[in-house]
Design a binder for this molecule. Structure first.
Ligand SMILES: *Cc1c(COP(=O)(O)O)cnc(C)c1O
Length: 375
């Protein structure tokens, strides 16, 4: 009996993607063994961070890098860093009033349920534009909103056709204005991999001050890890506020196992052949499409790009009788082993990104078995 079954919980086959609520992603054997080794000895955490951060900067072609315990909490410490740079005085010594008076500019279309890092810090969040495509924020609007109290600009980056409304001011234009006023641009790029080039493209090529990536999604590092890359000056200040130093980052602990695990995962990710992985995903989608061709119940087509605009093909499952797809989700969940899928705007996808060899066949078997119940 597995560790989960002993607890009365069924392990899931993840056909949905890098969803944190079911564990995000799977670490490789190499990452797990590196973490295991890291756990055996004590080490000076500050020295470990300095060395790992330097290595991560080299690996990702950035001036600097740092490990945090997730992209969302990284945003919180970035926010403290921006306020420190605004007042040229450590966040730890600022008054509540000073913090509240500092301003963060955010496009309404970029607001998301991960941006508690801004809200919790208690800064004034200045929202621009609208969360739809009717009237996007313009460069003039952004420029007019900048004041001497502006600590930073938050930018949620998404590849085209991802989750940001079309027509929004792009990152390049945002950075051009920010640079004019020397204001940091903090980019949430948590789920913007592949392509791995994004690890340096947003910062080194486009000029964002820093970009945040989730360690536990596409990078396949520890769930409670995050990677921040970008300018050295900013990240030197970030590190001062990060764990293990006392300050806002102290409650966001990243253990030595996670620090080593993230480094190991990034090393493997950089070395990985992305095209080969995308091709593997394509093959899984084609297997599902081929299966549907012999079925009168399912209609399966390829969908591209995925929900975050990443170049990962997915299989979109439809029922030929147009019945409600939630019954498919329920029946797949009830299958043994349980298969996790989720409806997205009423559509049902199989996302191969978290599947292992052989799991597509299990999904096909399950789809085959539940057919009669869907007629
Ligand atoms: C997942 C995600 C986050 C949070 O990343 P964590 O590493 O889980 O903290 C932030 N923003 C976006 C857009 C995400 O998809």
């Amino acid at each position: 009996m597995s560790i989960y079954e002993k607890l009365g919980i069924s392990p899931l086959i993840n056909a949905a993607g890098t969803y944190t609520a079911i564990g995000g992603s799977r670490m490789s054997e190499k990452t797990l063994s590196d973490m295991n080794e890291a756990a055996q000895s004590f080490v000076d955490i500050r020295k470990l961070q300095a060395s790992v951060n330097k290595r991560l900067a080299v690996l990702t072609n950035n001036e600097a890098a740092a490990v945090c315990n997730g992209a969302a909490s990284g945003l919180y410490i970035c926010c403290a860093t921006c306020i420190t740079l605004l007042y040229k005085k450590s966040y730890n010594y600022l008054s509540k009033k000073q913090i509240e008076e500092s301003e963060f500019i955010v496009f309404r279309a970029h607001r998301n349920p991960y941006d508690w890092g801004l809200r919790l810090m208690g800064v004034t969040v200045k929202e621009l534009g609208f969360p739809n495509i009717i009237q996007a924020a313009t460069a003039e609007e952004l420029e007019a909103s900048i004041s001497e109290k502006t600590a930073g600009i938050f930018f949620a980056y998404s590849a085209p056709h991802g989750w940001i409304a079309d027509g929004e001011l792009d990152l390049k234009s945002t950075i051009a204005i920010a640079k004019k006023y020397d204001i940091p641009v903090v980019v949430d790029a948590a789920a913007q991999l592949p392509y791995k080039e994004n690890l340096w493209h947003l910062t080194k090529d486009l000029g964002a001050t820093v970009a945040l990536f989730s360690g536990g999604k596409e990078l396949r590092g520890p769930q409670s890890s995050g990677l921040i890359v970008g300018e050295k000056k900013f990240l030197d200040t970030f590190v001062q506020h990060n764990f293990p130093n006392y300050g806002p980052g102290r409650m966001l602990k990243t253990g030595r196992e996670e620090i080593i695990g993230l480094l190991s995962a990034v090393e493997q990710y950089i070395a990985e052949d992305t095209e080969k992985r995308i091709q593997w995903c394509e093959e899984q989608v084609q297997k599902l499409i081929a299966f549907a061709q012999s079925s009168t119940v399912y209609d399966i087509v390829k969908s591209f790009p995925n929900e975050a605009g990443q170049p990962i093909p997915r299989a979109e499952i439809k029922l030929t009788n147009n019945q409600n797809l939630s019954s498919v989700v329920e029946l797949l969940a009830a299958h043994k082993p349980s298969i996790y899928t989720a409806l997205e705007r009423g559509l049902l996808f199989v996302n191969p990104t978290c599947l292992y060899e052989g799991e597509t066949e299990i999904i096909i078997q399950a789809l085959n078995q539940i057919q009669d119940k869907l007629k």
